[in-house]
Write a protein that binds this ligand. Structure first.
Ligand code: ARG
Length: 476
């Protein structure tokens, strides 16, 4: 099989099609201009060139091994493709919309450069398994990159948290002061979200890293391809099991877009808190000037634009997930051109998530925490009312009765314009005779926080352990 000499030269034996297209043979008319502009994908899939070349080199090496092309032809294909890659890297490659997509642009240039051998590269392959392979290679790298960016953010968060184990602020429910907490505990809650985001991407990566190459157009090929060999060369976990499924489904992109949507949803929640905390009403934090923007009319303004834009960008990533689901849902087996529409939303998803993570991570160390203001705010909202109820329970008052007693105490304190710890022992005892002097130990913010000392609680001693454990898990 491996011979370049007896191959039929299309130039000499076939009449020339009226189109430069590699698929032009059965066509009698050139493609309409509007159609060409509408169907091209080179304007966005050129970014797959490295993966396309990597896949083609592996395919040609395998074709040589099974004797479909000669070693010499495989070598010349490899040299030609590496040369094309260098040209593209250097910005010297001219892409043509006439050649539709990244696959045909590269293949056509290869044949121009090395002649007959270039025409053999597409043996036992279709653009359908080719593009599926390219996008999987691309997304494998993208997953690793996004995972690394999340971990870099975690590193910054944990570094900030290390200085704030004993910093007390009000924890909120319903955005109302609830109970005092350690600021590091709050930042560690963000870290938990990010840790699950990494797990989701790692899990999604397993299903990305399966090799469709060898599925050809949809039904496989009559050539005895060694798919294990290409699988190994391209470092996939395994060859795909079904040729129809391999060329058609894009569920792995949908999963990536879903995992990315969750990442953006998490970032957006963190941004929301940063925006609130930086506001005049809270003043819990100051964001570094380098990470803020001003107003063109109000000279005093310093706005948390990074956090707002990241929050806003969650919209497009979640929208991309929707787009991918809808693109896929109506497609019968096997490949349909609809799938070309997967590129822009998934590339935009990768770019948006990566850039958001990067800038958000860079902003974290620029944030200074106004510990005193946080502390004062926690003093205000009767944050230790639950502690008083739990104190009563320890004196054998049933919890529901304790809740009622403390409710009355808080109402009285509000009327008097006092905090709970401002009330005298006599005042407190008018609500419960069993109350003693030691009640003041639980009415302070420190007493409250220290008492929540079970695993997962906010006591500084536990938070310190949680922080160490989080750093351990992060080691990468
Ligand atoms: N540009 C196409 C895509 O992104 C490549 C595959 C085209 N295959 C075909 N038979 N027209 O899906």
């Amino acid at each position: 099989m491996a011979s370049s000499k007896n191959s039929i030269s299309a130039k000499s034996t076939l009449s020339k099609a009226p189109s430069a297209k590699p698929w032009g043979g059965r066509f009698t008319e050139p493609t309409n201009e509007l159609v060409e502009a509408f169907t091209e994908s080179i304007s966005f899939d050129a970014r797959l060139y490295k993966q396309d070349i990597q896949g083609s080199i592996a395919h040609s090496k395998m074709l040589a091994k099974i004797g479909v092309i000669s070693d010499q032809e495989a070598n010349s294909i490899e040299t030609g493709l590496l040369d094309i890659r260098a040209q593209i890297d250097a910005g010297e490659f001219e892409w043509s919309t006439q050649l539709e997509d990244v696959h045909m642009n590269i293949e056509a240039r290869l044949t121009d450069a090395i002649g007959e051998a270039g025409k053999k590269l597409h043996t036992g392959r279709s653009r359908n398994d080719q593009v599926a392979t390219d996008i999987r290679l691309y997304m494998r790298q993208a997953s690793d990159d996004v995972i690394a960016l999340i971990k870099a953010l975690q590193e910054n968060l944990l570094a900030s948290a290390s200085n704030e184990v004993k910093t007390i602020l009000a924890g909120f429910t319903h955005l109302q002061v609830a109970q005092p907490i350690s600021l590091a505990h709050h930042l560690l809650a963000w870290n938990e979200m990010l840790e699950r985001d990494v797990e989701r991407l790692e899990d999604c990566r397993k299903r990305i890293n399966v090799m469709p190459l060898g599925s050809a157009a949809l039904a496989g090929t009559s050539f005895p391809l060694d798919r294990d060999m290409t699988c190994e060369l391209l470092e996939f976990d395994r060859p795909s099991r079904n040729s129809l499924d391999s060329v058609s489904d894009r569920d792995f992109l949908i999963e990536f877009a879903a995992a990315s949507s969750v990442i953006m949803m998490h970032l957006s929640r963190m941004c929301e808190e940063i925006i609130l905390w930086a506001s005049e009403s809270y003043k819990f934090i100051d964001i570094g000037d380098a990470f803020c923007a001003g107003s063109s009319i109000m000279p005093q303004k310093k706005n948390p634009d990074i956090a707002e834009i990241v929050r806003g960008k969650s919209g497009r990533v979640i929208g991309n997930l929707q787009a991918l689901l809808v693109i896929m849902k109506g497609q019968p087996l096997a490949y349909n051109r609809d799938n070309q529409e997967d590129k822009e939303p998934i590339f935009d998803t990768v770019d948006t998530v990566a850039r958001s993570l990067q800038v958000f991570a860079a902003m974290i160390p620029s944030i200074t925490f106004n510990r005193d203001i946080m502390y004062q705010s926690a003093l205000k909202g009767y944050a230790t009312a639950t502690d008083l109820a739990e104190y009563l329970v320890r004196l054998d008052v049933p919890f529901r009765d304790a809740h009622e007693i403390v409710g009355g105490t808080v109402r009285y304190a509000i009327e008097q314009g006092k905090s709970l710890s401002d009330l005298s022992l006599t005042e407190l005892q008018s609500f419960g005779t069993m109350i003693k002097q030691d009640v003041y130990d639980v009415l302070t913010l420190e007493g409250s926080v220290n008492s929540r000392s079970h695993f997962g609680g906010t006591a500084p001693a536990r938070v310190s352990e949680a922080l160490d454990a989080a750093k351990q898990r992060l080691s990468w």
